[in-house]
Write a protein that binds this ligand. Structure first.
Ligand SMILES: NC(=O)c1ccc[n+]([C@@H]2O[C@H](COP(=O)([O-])OP(=O)(O)OC[C@H]3O[C@@H](n4cnc5c(N)ncnc54)[C@H](OP(=O)(O)O)[C@@H]3O)[C@@H](O)[C@H]2O)c1
Length: 246
């Protein structure tokens, strides 16, 4: 039976690459995003690959619209098996240090909105006693660093939120997956220098996301080598950490 998967932030580079893999399996996809044209283009592409596709426009910065977005996603195919929350926003760190509004926006899109959304999804999955909520956080959430601690704090807060949500939903047999990508070449990172072995493409990380959801995993570092890097980065004593440039 084709699975019913809602993708919140479907036009994201990582989400679109993941959706292409699901489309090839003939899954039933509900795509939610704010850019109507990009949404239609992606929907046509995924339908041509074999998916059944429904679309809904959504601005995830508008918290008052989230319940309606969840409701439309839920009703498109009469319930959901998986909710994949992919939207996010990489702020300019210097701006978040000087402009309270920039910090507020970073926290809104990377923590508050996905947390509110996940809670709304949780109530529905809980009643159904089955399903998976998979949310993209980031390796940036594992330790605060001078170069991106506003984004990192929001993603780190989201990691902790998902940990608690997983605890809450365990008895209802609803699974919660925290996806922590490293550096991935997408529109979000297009302004950064992308040379080096640490960078991956969305096509490289997408199979690991599909597999982690299939296997009901709890935390995914992708590509995998980031688990080891973060193990070291988290363990580094401050005396050494404070001398690092990043
Ligand atoms: N790329 C990386 O290196 C990296 C690393 C770790 C974690 N991540 C996380 O991975 C996720 C996907 O990002 P990506 O790398 O695939 O970048 P991306 O292609 O730039 O995707 C970001 C997505 O968020 C959407 N978005 C932002 N604000 C929105 C709003 N108010 N309403 C609706 N949609 C909104 C964007 O919509 P539009 O298409 O309309 O702009 C876009 O589809 C994000 O949560 C990001 O934080 C990325």
């Amino acid at each position: 039976m084709a699975r019913r998967i809602a993708i919140f932030g479907a036009t994201s580079g990582i989400a679109a690459a993941t959706a292409r893999l699901w489309a090839k399996r003939g899954e039933r996809l509900v795509l939610l995003a704010r850019d109507a044209e990009a949404l239609d283009r992606l929907a046509r592409e995924l339908a041509a690959k074999g998916a059944q596709v429904e679309t809904t426009r959504a601005d995830f910065a508008d918290l008052s619209s989230l319940e309606s977005a969840v409701s439309q996603a839920w009703n498109a195919f009469g319930g959901l098996d998986t909710a994949f929350v992919a939207y996010g926003f990489l702020p300019r760190q210097e701006e978040t240090e000087k402009e309270p509004a920039a910090l507020e926006e970073a926290i809104l899109l990377n923590f508050t909105s996905p947390a509110v959304l996940a809670n709304m999804l949780a109530s529905r999955f809980e009643a159904q006693k089955a399903g998976m909520i998979a949310v993209i956080t980031s390796v940036a959430g594992d330790r605060g660093r001078r170069s991106n601690y506003a984004y990192g704090a929001a993603k780190g807060g989201l990691q902790r939120f998902l940990e608690g949500l997983r605890h809450r939903l365990h008895r209802s047999r609803v699974r919660v997956l925290d996806i922590r990508p490293g550096f991935v070449s997408t529109r979000m990172t297009a302004h950064l220098p992308q040379a080096g072995a640490l960078w991956a493409t969305p096509e490289q990380v997408a199979p690991s996301i599909v597999s982690a959801i299939d296997r009901n995993r709890e935390t995914l570092y992708t590509p995998r080598f980031w688990r080891a890097i973060l193990l070291v980065a988290r363990a580094l004593p401050n005396a050494i950490f404070h001398r690092t440039p990043w």
